[in-house]
Ligand binder design. Structure first.
Ligand SMILES: [Zn+2]
Length: 140
């Protein structure tokens, strides 16, 4: 696995622009949703089992995060909190490279073992987050 900075070729999709647009429009959509006080999404897993799913608390995490109450956001769903921090970092990076027309960061030459290690890390983080939510399920 290697990290490299390279220019975007003419026929390559502008991933940074696409995902920055998706992120910005999602945040705007969420702000409109909250502004109109539309009903919050209900978790079908929680309704059926009485236990939180791995994403339960993400909405409350988002609201607390956007209000700057980071400790509360972290407590609602730690993995969602980390994802929001990563999203902000990506959005800043994407805005800089899109506006500045600068080289893009790419991760290349992944081996099978590295891909599998990445999968194990992601699954482990999801499992740890779910264990946390299950041990705090009285909040939901
Ligand atoms: Zn849920």
């Amino acid at each position: 696995m290697r990290l490299l900075w390279r220019g975007r070729s003419a026929n390559e999709p502008d991933h940074e622009l696409i995902w920055l647009a998706v992120s910005a429009s999602s945040i705007a959509g969420g702000a409109v949703w909250l502004a109109f006080a539309l009903p919050w999404p209900r978790c079908a897993f929680l309704a059926v089992t009485g236990l939180p799913c791995v994403t339960c608390g993400a909405t409350r995490c988002t609201i607390a995060f956007l209000r700057g109450d980071f400790l509360s956001a972290l407590s609602w769903n730690p993995l969602a909190f980390v994802a929001f921090c990563a999203l902000i970092a990506f959005d800043l990076y994407a805005a800089i490279v899109v506006v500045g027309r600068t080289p893009r960061l790419r991760i290349v030459d992944w081996t099978i073992a590295q891909k599998n290690a990445g999968r194990i890390v992601v699954i482990s983080l999801l499992a740890l987050n779910w264990i946390y939510l299950l041990t705090h399920h009285d909040r939901f």
